[in-house]
Design a protein around this ligand. Structure first.
Ligand SMILES: Nc1ncnc2c1ncn2[C@@H]1O[C@H](COP(=O)(O)OP(=O)(O)O)[C@@H](O)[C@H]1O
Ligand SMILES: O=C(OP(=O)(O)O)[C@H](O)COP(=O)(O)O
Length: 506
């Protein structure tokens, strides 16, 4: 039963009841169906280390440097991307028909299909950059390499596209130029770059491409039409290419022109190796998780992630909230939050979510103490205060030591953990302790057999920074995408791709 413990004026919802055990007997049949038909080894939920890279690299020595993060055991399987097109209903509710579709993979395309062809590759190269525009974590770039290498080794001309950040129009600091040296180094060829993603310059550069070369287009989000998924814009993007590969798992939850719209104009439209690998692992691990199952949600994308919490309450037994997410909850409970990050229009939702968690017996834990700062800067003055005592003019930038302890104890009871969003502004040393402590805790639990899944550009950067990325069961290049997959949502970037020859029976 859920109990409400008062912490100063703050209320912390805590349930002593065990997990809603309803888990997913209803889902297991579809899960096993997919294992059978999608020719994959079941994700080894009992193993602490990634086991489901699905052999996409097997036998391909040229791809061997891909990543120590992504390279687990390479057991050879077919080139079929398993993707939920319709997904199971939450446990405890009537199950709608589950339709599983296999998506056509880039691995299905051979030299005869690729040689001399212009391939529009959508990757998620949204990597963190510092003030000097230096890449601070290259995980997403490394993760994109196997698909690109496969294409160039088969004689294709790769037109590589990505977004970076959330620019409003052309913004110098969001140009993709800083990515070129690392991409070139990893691919072993000089990558060319265009200063636009559509138009004459792109057309000219594409016309001059040799087989086996790579042209990186400019940030696709410099055009507002990208996020609007404007069909005319998608047509312009597609006009320079013959076929489409989507390998941007981190952006697969966005129906944008370069992730969804272009599929109307380019055939075949297939899944890249990374997209395929992510879906395969996450589908198995989160659709029928070992319980207790915990989610940790933090970071700064509050408005896009707070909505996910409602669905998470249907799936998880424990939900830990940190990062910029928490202040909306505090404010909803009547607390002062100073100048902390708050989504004013989500206050009502936050209240509803706290009530729902209580009603469902889900342990929703908010930090009881926070590290506050007098400005958003690495050299800010800081102090630790109870969550109920944030003074005016101060902002919360990390969770405090009591919260770390409570969160660690809660995590000790779990068997599966998915984490998206840092606990604090870990980029500043003064506010990195919460994130680092949780990263170390997950690494420790991983070694004890707990399944640990880290998703999101910054979350992955944080575990890399702590040096524990290789201890985790799975490092996902998508935070929001993996949460939406966990919710049971259709990822538009996946749904738009061609189906494999035959649908997978449910
Ligand atoms: N209390 C906070 N206030 C403001 N920003 C925060 C806070 N806690 C964490 N962040 C920021 O959240 C960012 C990551 O958020 P997000 O993009 O949602 O994560 P991910 O990339 O892992 O999905 C980090 O850059 C971090 O500095
Ligand atoms: O960083 C990303 O998502 P994530 O922070 O949820 O991992 C992706 O590149 C998507 O970016 P968006 O959330 O601006 O669409």
């Amino acid at each position: 039963m859920a109990a409400t413990a008062a912490i100063g004026a703050a209320k912390l919802i805590f349930s002593s009841s065990p997990a809603s055990s309803s888990s997913s007997s209803s889902s297991s049949s579809s899960s096993s169906a997919s294992s059978r038909v999608c020719v994959r080894s079941s994700p080894a939920l009992a193993a602490p280390r990634l086991r489901s890279f699905n052999g996409l690299l097997a036998g391909r020595k040229d791809l061997g440097r891909f990543s120590n993060v992504f390279c687990g055991e390479h057991d050879l399987v077919g080139n079929v991307a398993a993707a939920h097109v319709g997904r199971r209903k939450p446990a405890g509710k009537a199950q709608r028909g589950v339709v599983r579709m296999a998506k056509r993979s880039v691995g299905d395309l051979k030299e005869a299909d690729l040689k001399g062809k212009r391939v529009f590759v959508r990757a998620d190269l949204n990597v963190p950059l510092n003030d000097e525009l230096k890449i601070t974590d290259d995980t997403r770039i490394r993760a994109a390499v196997p698909t690109i290498k496969y294409l160039i080794n088969n004689g294709a001309k790769v037109i590589l596209t990505s977004h970076l950040g959330r620019p409003k129009g052309v913004t110098e600091k969001y140009r993709l130029t800083p990515l070129v040296p690392r991409l070139s180094e990893l691919l072993g060829i000089q990558v060319e770059k265009a200063n636009d993603s559509i138009g004459e310059e792109v057309e000219k550069k594409v016309a001059a491409m040799q087989n086996g070369s790579v042209l990186l287009l400019e940030n696709v989000r410099f055009y507002k039409e990208e996020e609007k998924n404007d069909p005319e814009h998608a047509k312009k993007l597609a006009s320079v290419a013959d076929l489409y590969v989507n390998d941007a798992f981190g952006t697969a939850h966005r129906a944008h022109a370069s992730t969804e719209g272009v599929t109307k104009f380019l055939k075949p439209a297939v899944a890249g190796f990374l997209l395929q690998k992510e879906l395969d692992y996450l589908d198995g691990a989160v659709s029928n998780p070992k319980r207790p199952f915990a989610a940790i949600v933090g970071g700064s994308k509050v408005s896009s992630k707070i909505g996910v919490i409602e669905s998470l309450l249907e799936k998880v037994d424990i939900l830990l909230l940190g990062g910029g997410m928490i202040f909306t909850f505090y404010k909803a409970q009547g607390l002062s939050v100073g100048s902390s990050l708050v989504e004013e229009d989500k206050l009502e939702l936050a209240t509803t979510l706290l009530e729902k968690a209580k009603a469902k017996g889900v342990s929703l834990l908010l930090p009881t103490d926070v590290v506050i700062a007098d400005k958003f800067a690495p050299d800010a003055n800081s102090k630790i205060v109870p969550a109920s005592a944030i003074p005016d003019g101060w902002m919360g930038l990390d969770i405090g030591p009591d919260s770390i302890k409570t969160f660690s104890e809660a995590l000790d009871t779990t068997k599966t953990i998915i984490w998206n969003g840092p606990m604090g502004v870990f980029e500043f040393e003064k506010f990195a302790a919460g994130t680092e402590a949780i990263a170390k805790k997950l690494a420790d639990l991983s070694s004890k057999g707990v399944i640990t899944i880290i998703g999101g550009g910054d979350s992955v950067a944080a575990v890399e920074k702590v040096g524990v990325a290789d201890k985790m069961s799975h490092i996902s290049t998508g935070g929001g995408a993996s949460l939406e997959l966990l919710e049971g949502k259709v990822l538009p970037g996946v749904a738009a791709l061609d189906e494999a020859a035959a649908p997978v029976p449910a």
